[in-house]
Design a binder for this molecule. Structure first.
Ligand code: FES
Length: 205
């Protein structure tokens, strides 16, 4: 999934808050000093949260300074991953997965519900500025496809009606509980994630 737009009209001055500076110290302490560039991704995430959900140029520069990378290298990373936003997004950032399992299970119905409720299509922000819709590739939750990510939360097993209900709850600033809209449980009863069960052996998870 390529991202092709960058907000170059950057009038937003960004600097990390005092609280974030402490978090940065903690993040950097996890890496050897000569490897601090490895902290670039958590620092981009932190900057994005502090900047209100996106990364203005000044935030990319602040991250570049912290890890000792050229600004262009940081931009290369931020422009590669869809988790980083290079233009402002609405208070509710909707990320719709359209990869094969979600598409086969009805991601088009989610798109229709979003358009009917908010009048936005992929890569658009609502007139109120509250909602941005971004198409993404597999979110790693295919077992409960189709998936709509809202900010940090996954809403699963959605259809047209349940998506409308979800959007209406967001319009009222009272988001529904995230997870499966049909109450499906995808994790083992132990509550741990187990990828491989070995016959005759206890799971280590
Ligand atoms: S295909 Fe949508 S979460 Fe994997």
């Amino acid at each position: 999934m390529s991202k092709t737009y960058i907000n170059t009209n950057d009038q937003f001055h960004f600097s990390f808050s005092t609280k974030a500076e402490k978090t940065i110290e903690n993040i950097l302490s996890k890496y050897p000093p000569q490897r601090k560039i490895s902290a670039v991704m958590p620092l981009l995430d932190l900057a994005q949260r502090e900047a209100g959900g996106w990364l203005p140029i000044s935030a990319l520069e602040a991250v570049a300074d912290k890890v000792g990378l050229a600004y262009m290298r940081v931009l290369e990373i931020a422009s590669f991953y869809t988790m980083y936003n290079l233009s402002p997004v609405g208070k509710w950032h909707l990320q719709i997965c359209g990869t094969t399992p979600c598409w086969l299970k009805g991601s088009d119905d989610i798109l229709n519900a979003i358009f009917d409720t908010l009048q936005i299509k992929p890569n658009e922000t609502s007139k109120t500025g509250d909602f941005t819709l971004t198409p993404v590739e597999c979110l790693g939750a295919c077992v409960n496809a189709p998936i709509l990510q809202v900010n940090d939360d996954f809403y699963e097993d959605l259809d047209y009606e349940s998506t409308k209900k979800l959007l209406e709850s967001l319009l009222k600033n009272k988001p529904l509980k995230f997870g499966s809209s049909i109450g499906r449980k995808s994790e083992p009863e132990t509550g741990t994630t187990v990828l491989l069960k070995v016959k005759g052996k206890k799971n280590a998870g």
